[in-house]
Write a protein that binds this ligand. Structure first.
Ligand code: GDP
Ligand code: IMO
Ligand code: MG
Length: 462
């Protein structure tokens, strides 16, 4: 960074969002940017996220804890927009502590976060199983209970982090929730005939979630997380007033956004930049710069339309190259990620709904060795040409991509840290992405490692 004479503007904040279907490399970039940031906040999603950091060759996978945790001087916040499984949070904290990372004194959790409890995961899994039985297309959720937890929040009946401080209130609300959800589980979702994994089976008898084990576990966990409960909105606003640089860490990606994505094949939260304000408790005026993390090709895990999808299981194909060289396997569920060509029409939709200030292109190195590259610049839909991804899964599924073909490169870009060191054809590929999408590329990532990053213009620079 120093070679660019970079100086951070005090009080300037950056939002990091995924512009495709998630897994663009947000975690790596958040970790890299926290060399400058003093605080990192997650503002939506839950432990469906899987953000991978590689520091000096050592890999860390994070699901709930913000990707600033590997820098001891950085404070981490879980904002009110996140749905929180305390069980998973404590597991993640213990994993980091075993690796020598101090977490508890640096992590602040909003008391307003809705809780994810065992019945949310059971409903999520039972619904997907019911779809399989009915022969309808599954969403391909992570099975973590994300959707059902957001449903309880919007229905104004959720148990929240603050309820953990009030056992009687917690018990009353839990009983009401169990009555409702056990009815749905047994009557509509066939839960009594299902097999449950080791994490859920201690809570379920005859397809019904039991009050006692859920309540006892929650009360025992409450003691552990009480010291981390905080008024996150207040702390972020105070940090900002003191001149700190903050980072808002998005999870999932724009095409998984519940409003702007390929609905209904989406997650249950708003993943777009605008939600960083609502999900953290700051005003929109504090979101100064939006960095769109964008893979140099496309991937998607789970069901739903994907116009530029390639054959990715057949050896010798470009899709197989992306899947294997890019190690495209989910960080959270271990599922294979579907792979396809770069989609600039999709990116235009992302740029529009996020108000992107700049792009970070990741995994450029994965394309090394492909003889030619295709870039989707628009689609044909019902005989008409369009240049912007339509909204809605049905229309997207009918889109036929229109491609430009660009030459690939044989040289390696792995680990490059200067733009000028990239192969000429790689530079031409990046230039074409900028031209077609109209968004400038400010950062390029050339390996999983923190240090293998090319800085064109720093998001925190004045
Ligand atoms: P996130 O969910 O957006 O944080 O992304 P994930 O961590 O789920 O997936 C991105 C994967 O690509 C991780 O395994 C990263 O270590 C890896 N990665 C990130 N940037 C690069 C890059 O520039 N090159 C390569 N080869 N891998 C990268
Ligand atoms: P990160 O933050 C990729 C996908 C699931 C499924 C859909 C709905 O690592 O980019 P959910 O469990 O959220 O109800 O599943 O969303 N999905 C992700 N795909 N990366 C993620 O997170 C994802 N989080 C959810 O595969 O298609
Ligand atoms: Mg991921």
């Amino acid at each position: 960074m120093s070679e660019n004479n970079f100086k951070a503007q005090p009080g300037r904040n950056v939002v990091v969002v995924g512009t495709q279907w998630g897994d663009e490399g947000k975690g790596k970039l958040v970790d890299w940017l926290t060399e400058t940031a003093k605080g990192v906040v997650r503002f939506q999603g839950g432990h469906n996220a899987g953000h991978t950091l590689v520091i000096n060759g050592v890999k860390t996978a994070l699901h709930l804890i913000p990707s600033g945790i590997m820098r001891p001087e950085v404070k981490c916040y879980i904002g009110n927009g996140v749905v929180l499984s305390v069980t998973k949070l404590l597991e993640e904290i213990e994993g980091l502590e075993k690796a020598g990372v101090e977490v508890r004194s640096r992590l602040r959790i909003s008391e307003a976060c809705p809780l994810i409890l065992p019945f949310h995961a059971a409903i999520d899994i039972a619904r997907e199983a019911a779809k399989t039985r009915a022969g309808t297309e599954k969403i391909g959720t992570t099975g973590r209970g994300i959707g059902p937890a957001y449903e309880d929040k919007i229905a104004r009946r959720a148990l929240r982090v603050q309820d953990l401080k009030h056992p009687e209130r917690f018990a009353t609300k839990l009983r009401e929730l169990l009555e409702l959800h056990n009815h749905a589980l047994t009557t509509y979702l066939g839960s009594a005939d299902m097999q449950w994994d080791a994490a859920l089976s201690p809570f379920i008898v005859d397809g019904k979630i039991q009050f006692e084990p859920v309540f006892e576990q929650a009360m025992a966990q409450a003691e552990q997380i009480k010291p981390m409960m905080a008024d996150v909105s207040r702390e972020l606003n105070e940090a900002h007033k003191a001149g700190a640089n903050l980072l808002f860490e998005g999870a999932q990606g724009t095409l998984l956004d519940v409003d702007h994505g390929t609905y209904p094949f989406v997650t249950s939260s708003n993943c777009v930049a605008g939600n960083a304000a609502a999900g953290a408790g700051v005003g929109p005026g504090l979101l100064h710069y939006v960095l769109g993390i964008t893979k140099a090709y496309c991937t998607r895990v789970g069901g739903g339309p994907f116009p530029t999808e390639l054959e990715w299981e057949k050896e010798g194909t470009p899709g197989y190259h992306m899947a294997t060289v890019g190690a495209e396997r989910g960080t959270t569920t271990g599922r294979s990620r579907r792979c396809g060509w770069f989609d600039a029409a999709l990116l235009k939709r992302s740029a529009q709904v996020n108000g992107l200030s700049g792009l970070c292109i990741t995994k450029l190195d994965v394309l090394d060795g492909l003889t030619e590259l295709k870039l989707c610049v628009g689609y044909e839909l019902d005989g008409e040409s369009i240049d912007l991804l339509p909204m809605g899964a049905d229309e997207i599924a009918r889109c036929v991509p229109v491609y430009e073909t660009l030459p690939g490169w044989t040289e390696t870009s792995v680990g490059a840290t200067r733009y000028a060191d990239l192969p000429a054809n790689a530079q031409a590929y990046l230039r074409r992405i900028e031209e077609v999408t109209g968004v400038p590329i400010h950062v390029v990532s050339t390996s999983p490692d923190r240090d293998h990053t090319i800085l064109v213009q720093h998001p925190y620079a004045a």
